[in-house]
Design a protein around this ligand. Structure first.
Ligand SMILES: C[S@@+](CC[C@H](N)C(=O)[O-])C[C@H]1O[C@@H](n2cnc3c(N)ncnc32)[C@H](O)[C@@H]1O
Length: 282
């Protein structure tokens, strides 16, 4: 294989800045290989042999088609069912119990949950199954009172998540057998998520580095394993916007390796035996 698609430092800087400007994803200098390996197939497919020409093509593309493809090629979409376990245990043991009591006492009507950066849907699917399991144990609780909004920057991820069809490798990652049997139906070589799970979830495209104030107030927000790819200022901005979007006393879950403490004064850190989560102050 020829090495003519090796990227120069200047080309790397142009594409790196372009990617950060449009997605927030911040690539350090040691990530030149990432652009070479992930973008060269797209560059060739688009008819270019130079990263500089490809960059100029991207900035002039008014349809934004190439921009989406670049971001999709660079993004990491790794996800699995019930990732880290503890957010779903806390949701079940603490938050749903509290909110369900509020509903019973007529202090609230609905529960609104946002899975930001949902990738292929395992996170919102795990939230929905946790809710359905809670309702099985508490038959007076109506799961349709919970609304889950699941979003991602990537149209491809949203397409896959909406389809809700998973191969056996995805099904083997984190999904307990009883959940697989209860909430999925086998169709040929894939497993299709059942309608009772699907109907709790609405998928939408949202870019976290753009303003998302207008999406209404939420009780719980999952924003996990995406901020790690962003620069510090972006993380601060997103965490601040999330604080404004949460209802007073609402909760935020971050990825297990993403402590908020350095980025925001707006939250109280909550300790649970299994892990940390955050409550917005005030
Ligand atoms: C590693 S996955 C995390 C999936 C899931 N939250 C989890 O923890 O398993 C990161 C996701 O973030 C999405 N993403 C990257 N930049 C984004 C942005 N600016 N706005 C919204 N989503 C973004 C990617 O498309 C990808 O699906």
């Amino acid at each position: 294989m020829s090495n003519r698609f090796t990227i120069s430092l200047t080309e790397f800087q142009l594409l790196r800045d372009y990617i950060e400007q449009h997605s927030g994803i911040s690539l350090s200098d040691d990530k030149m290989y990432l652009i070479e390996t992930r973008l060269s197939p797209l560059m060739v497919e688009s008819g270019f042999q130079s990263y500089r020409d490809f960059y100029h093509f991207a900035i002039q593309d008014s349809s934004n088609r190439i921009r989406h493809k670049i971001i999709e090629a660079i993004s990491t979409n790794e996800t699995f069912w019930f990732r880290d376990t503890y957010p779903f245990a806390i949701l079940n043991e603490v938050l749903l119990r509290q909110y369900a009591d509020d509903i019973k006492n007529r202090q609230r009507k609905r529960i609104k949950i946002w899975s930001a950066a949902c990738s292929t849907g395992q996170e919102p699917g795990s939230i929905a199954m946790t809710i359905l399991e809670f309702a099985r144990r508490n038959p007076w609780f109506d799961p349709s009172l919970v609304e889950i909004i699941a979003t991602d920057i990537s149209k491809i991820m949203l397409f896959l998540a909406t389809a809700g069809r998973y191969d056996s490798l995805s099904m083997s990652r984190g999904l307990p057998l009883e959940m697989k049997e209860r909430y999925f139906t086998k169709s040929g070589s894939v497993w299709v998520i059942n309608d009772d799970v699907k109907k709790l979830i609405t998928y939408k495209q949202i870019n976290l580095i753009e303003s998302f104030h207008h999406y209404g107030r939420h009780d719980i927000i999952f924003c996990r394993n995406v901020l790690i790819y962003f620069a510090k200022e972006q993380k601060q901005m997103i965490i601040k916007q999330i604080a404004e979007l949460l209802r007073p006393g609402g909760y935020l879950f971050l990825g297990a390796s993403e402590p908020i403490i350095y980025y925001s004064q707006e939250y109280e850190m909550m300790r649970h035996a299994l892990g940390l989560y955050y409550q917005v102050k005030g």
